[in-house]
Write a protein that binds this ligand. Structure first.
Ligand code: SF4
Length: 345
């Protein structure tokens, strides 16, 4: 049993989807959370040095964050194994085997707090998953565990509502942790809008994605992503592309693309994927093929630890220039049409 009521959480992978839940859950149980520091060049190179080159960037980053927590003297590090979130809906093998991977590559004086969520083989529910975690801290009372789970849901729901209403990720996290819900005023329109398709750990980790959202905003672009959509909208997006759900994180790629491809306010789509990611390469191929029916330009950006910022910016700028030109041509065409109609009257 773990005596010290402190848990380290790597600021990587599922942090970007579920940290608000874990914040509410652990806080309610009286367990203090220590987060790893934000990703730096060192985090990436430390992580990359321990795994084989072909490993995707997010996993290298994750390993780097575990090392960072060990450097901070954290003895218990949370590394869940999220195998399957619904019957026959799986995560990739790297996410499923995360505790084993960490155990095998990271040597040091620390303990892995692990639990398995598997709706396919074991048919265990979220309550079984969180109970397995609480038990490791000697917390066995089911009423206490259920209350902690509910506290987690509240923080997560508040966070989701704020992000869906356009609040930035960091601000939404800050307010959700304080138990607040802040709905920002509607943002002013921008000349062009882009749907950024990618997993949370790719688009919100400012170091790994070279802060692509900020870069696009500086180019006067309004950026939309999967986290601004509800589950129903993401499911609708999957249906509109006639895609069948297999991967646990497919909604944030295919579902998101399907939703925004049929949205008139979106001028273009950028997919951001990690080099060496099997599921993403399949999903992006599917999105690319089907996007031709929607007549929206699509740019695929692949990132790894060697991606140079200059080339990255050039590709984004070229894409935005093309979208600006398309938009101008479209407006001119519509104006010509209006003039013709007025002169006929
Ligand atoms: S889904 Fe892709 S990027 Fe994410 S962990 Fe798996 S292989 Fe890596």
């Amino acid at each position: 049993m773990i005596k010290e009521k402190i848990i380290g959480i790597p600021k990587a992978m599922s942090y970007y989807n579920y940290f608000p839940f874990w914040y509410g859950f652990f806080t309610k149980l009286g367990i203090e959370i220590v987060l790893s520091d934000s990703t730096t060049k060192k985090t990436i190179s430390d992580g990359a040095s321990l795994v084989v080159t072909e490993t995707c960037l997010p996993i290298k980053v994750y390993v780097g964050h575990v090392l960072n927590l060990i450097d901070k003297g954290i003895k218990n590090i949370f590394v869940p194994s999220i195998q399957s979130i619904a019957p026959k809906i799986y995560n990739c093998s790297k996410i499923r085997g995360l505790p084993d991977l960490i155990r095998n590559v990271v040597k040091g004086d620390f303990n892995i707090v692990e639990a398995t969520l598997d709706k396919s083989e074991k048919n265990n529910n979220l309550i079984d998953f969180v109970t397995e975690i609480a038990n490791q801290f000697g917390i066995k009372d089911m009423q206490t565990i259920k209350e902690a789970q509910n506290a987690g849901f509240i923080v997560q729901n508040n966070f989701n509502v704020m992000v869906q209403n356009g609040l930035d990720f960091d601000d939404a996290m800050k307010y959700a942790k304080k138990g607040q819900v802040i709905i920002p005023p509607k943002k002013e329109d921008k000349p062009i809008s882009i749907a950024l398709i990618g997993h949370g750990y790719n688009i919100y980790d400012k170091r790994t994605c070279m802060d692509i959202i900020k870069k696009l905003e500086k180019m006067d672009v309004r950026v939309y992503n999967a986290y601004q959509l509800t589950q129903e909208q993401l499911k609708g997006g999957m249906n509109s592309l006639n895609s069948t759900l297999y991967w646990a994180n497919q909604h944030e790629m295919t579902g998101c693309a399907g939703h925004y491809l049929q949205d008139d306010k979106i001028d273009g789509v950028i997919t951001l994927t990690a080099f060496g990611c099997g599921p993403d390469s399949l999903m992006v191929e599917d999105i690319k093929r089907k996007s031709r029916n929607f007549n929206k330009p699509l740019l695929n950006l692949t990132i790894d630890e060697h991606t140079g910022e200059a080339g990255f910016i050039t590709r984004i700028e070229a894409f935005c220039d093309m979208l600006y030109r398309n938009k101008r041509a479209k407006i001119m065409k519509e104006r010509e049409k209006e003039v013709k109609i007025t002169s006929m009257i």
